[in-house]
Design a protein around this ligand. Structure first.
Ligand SMILES: Cc1ncc(COP(=O)(O)O)c(C=O)c1O
Length: 397
């Protein structure tokens, strides 16, 4: 018996999908800002033809965010965009370009941006603060790795590991920000705190704007399925919502989470479609996905557009990491970390594990399918990456 659980989304209702925050206009605005940031280059989109052949499907496209701004994950897209909009507002100006804003920001008093993070978002915010010449303070949940802490400090942030889990660390930083007058740039929303997380989600739309362009290089390769990893769901909500604008309504969208932090899956299982939190220590090596409380702004999108929510153990992402790092034929080698590889790991299981045949059929995944996955991080924890890929921890489920 497999330890992968799924829920087809009975709350799906794409007709009522609310497009105002993740739409084409926001996609263009985000891309235009990021293009003006020094060091910008689109992250690569690779077609893994040999793997698709092996798995007996039409195509696999992998957008590799490990290359983003040399930061090894996609996260800086959100924090830099949100910080830029906030700073532009302080300058009483529209966001035009990085260079214009940077000059104007020099006239402002020094800002402190604060956040809680499993690693990547904090690193992104530290970098965004640094390029704008501002300060940042970053708090991490108990159990965070020293390598992730040090990566954030190296970008100039004050950074600490707390004794709380992710969601309690968010509450701590929210309190501290109020006390010290820091600007909280958090990648999840709650009551009366929705504007900044929405800007962060809009910043992620740069990924889609690039994919839209890059797809033109792969003639005849439309996407039939997308598999997105979920922590609080901001990333998946932005991408799944944005894809509605250009991928068509027949696209099948799947969201995958770690078993011990499967708050989106649990919300989907609820009869009323309201948010359910995952409790406990949320322990998983998919550190970026170790979140127990969904972003309500994002949940409203996911509930309307996702076809299936999946909850899976760490073995699934371990397989994804090993497969991506050891390609077949002429496929591109992709270094994918714990939170980055789980969609590909799930695709591999769907195509090879007979226990998942019913799910595979429900998703209409077959030899005519072309699947998009996004590698959201590289080896952000290099020690654990080697344990998985060299030592073979978390062997097959
Ligand atoms: C590498 C990586 N992938 C995916 C996610 C999930 O993003 P979200 O929490 O918005 O669902 C995160 C979140 O930190 C992450 O670090």
């Amino acid at each position: 018996m497999t330890s992968i659980y799924w829920e087809m989304n009975k709350h799906k209702n794409s007709r009522v999908f609310y497009q105002s925050m993740v739409n084409k206009e926001e996609m263009d605005k985000s891309l235009s800002f990021h293009k003006s940031v020094p060091g910008y280059t689109p992250s690569p989109l690779s077609s893994l033809n040999s793997l698709a052949n092996y798995l007996n499907i039409q195509g696999i496209l992998v957008k590799d965010e490990s290359f983003r701004f040399n930061l090894n994950s996609f996260k800086a897209l959100g924090s830099s965009y949100a910080a830029a909009i906030l700073l532009a507002r302080e300058c009483r100006d529209e966001l035009k370009s990085f260079e214009v804003l940077k000059e104007k920001v020099k006239l402002l008093p020094l800002h402190t941006f604060a956040t809680a993070t499993d690693g990547n978002h904090g690193k992104g915010l530290a970098w965004a603060s640094k390029i704008f010449g501002q300060k940042s303070v970053v708090y991490m949940p108990v159990g965070s790795s020293d390598s992730r802490l040090n990566a954030i400090r190296e970008l100039g942030a004050e950074a600490y590991i707390t004794e709380y889990n992710y969601d309690d660390t968010v509450r701590l930083v929210s309190d501290l920000s109020r006390k010290y007058g820091w600007t909280l740039v958090q990648d999840t929303a709650w009551e009366n705190y929705t504007e900044i997380p929405t800007l962060i989600m809009q910043g992620y739309l740069t990924i889609l704007a690039e994919i839209k362009e890059q797809l033109k290089e792969f003639q005849n390769k439309g996407i039939t399925h997308v598999i997105l990893q979920g922590g609080v769901g901001s990333f998946a909500g932005a991408i799944a919502g944005g894809l509605q604008c250009f991928a068509g309504t027949s696209l099948k969208t799947i969201v995958v989470e770690p078993t011990k932090a499967d708050c989106l899956y649990q919300s989907a299982c609820s009869k009323d479609g309201l948010i359910r939190n995952a409790s406990g220590d949320l322990s998983t090596m998919m550190a970026g996905l170790s979140c127990g409380e969904p972003n309500p702004v994002s949940w409203d999108i996911l509930k309307d557009v996702v076809d299936c929510f999946v909850s899976c153990p760490d073995e699934v992402t371990a397989r994804g990491m090993r497969v991506l790092g050891n390609p077949l034929g002429k496929d591109t080698r992709i270094i994918s970390g714990e939170s980055g590889a789980v969609p590909l790991g799930l695709l591999f299981e769907l195509c090879t594990n007979n226990d998942l045949l019913q799910l595979k059929n429900s998703l209409e995944l077959d030899s005519s399918s072309s699947v998009l996955v996004i590698n959201t991080e590289g080896n952000t924890d290099p020690v654990n990456y080697r344990k998985v890929c060299w030592n073979g921890i978390y062997p097959n489920i």
